[in-house]
Write a protein that binds this ligand. Structure first.
Ligand SMILES: CC(C)(COP(=O)(O)OP(=O)(O)OC[C@H]1O[C@@H](n2cnc3c(N)ncnc32)[C@H](O)[C@@H]1OP(=O)(O)O)[C@@H](O)C(=O)NCCC(=O)NCCS
Length: 200
């Protein structure tokens, strides 16, 4: 993948993946994203304040000394503003597996960002982290997430009964049947062009 050059020529901003930071801009971006309806389910705890946004970010920021992290996360950056998130968590180094998740803030949806970001994350997992099998799951009533998985080269493997738990509008936990998708290091690369991953 070559480094995007659009900025140098004044074209429309090119989205990239980059590491999250604990800086004010990323804290504000996370707080803004989670203020949108439907986003609360993507976090374990409510994110209503800058303190909450910072707590969400802390495990996403890489510890430079960690050669074998359990989690690798990137911000989807559009012209210097974080508009989304992709992550592999639960990295397991015996079986070389990991669990992929993503979100995109509503104003940035519908332009292929999640698919291209997840494809880039998968490449990173296979080539840099040395993983072999990536899994992800989504509620059956979230077909957009399935479209993202397919675009990023994942294959649907079935339905897992009541695997995932999300809070409903009243804050009560509810379990959901979940579509399971996976991509192996040996699967064909998807047609989508993965986002470039910037060092910072
Ligand atoms: C799922 C999500 C990440 C998609 O982000 P995005 O940047 O809009 O994704 P993309 O533009 O790459 O692709 C969206 C795809 O979903 C499709 N889609 C959108 N809404 C849909 C719906 N209600 N039903 C079916 N497909 C839908 C789009 O048509 C597109 O498919 P296509 O590329 O085949 O045309 C975003 O909606 C989101 O953050 N949702 C909340 C968090 C979430 O559900 N995360 C996944 C948890 S497993």
């Amino acid at each position: 993948m070559s480094e995007p050059s659009d900025r140098a020529f004044g074209h429309a901003p090119t989205p990239v993946l980059r590491p999250w930071t604990l800086g004010d801009r990323d804290v504000a971006a996370v707080q803004r994203a989670f203020a949108w309806p439907g986003m609360a389910a993507q976090a374990r705890n409510p994110i209503a304040t800058a303190v909450g946004a910072r707590s969400w970010l802390e495990p996403m920021v890489p510890a430079s000394a960690d050669a074998e992290p359990r989690c690798v996360a990137f911000a989807i950056d559009l012209d210097g503003v974080a508009v989304g998130h992709v992550m592999v968590s639960a990295i397991e180094r015996v079986h070389l597996t990991g669990w992929v998740s993503y979100w995109v803030a509503p104003p940035a949806r519908g332009r292929g960002l999640a698919g291209a970001a997840t494809a880039a994350l998968a490449d990173h997992c296979f080539t840099v982290q040395g993983l072999f099998r990536l899994e992800l799951g989504h509620r059956l009533n979230n077909p957009a997430s399935g479209r993202v998985a397919a675009a990023a080269g994942f294959v649907r493997e079935g339905t897992e009964r009541q695997k995932l738990r999300y809070r409903d509008g009243d804050g009560c936990w509810e379990r959901y049947d979940t579509a399971l998708w996976a991509r192996l290091a040996t699967d064909p690369a998807p047609a989508v062009v993965p986002l470039w991953i910037a060092a910072k």
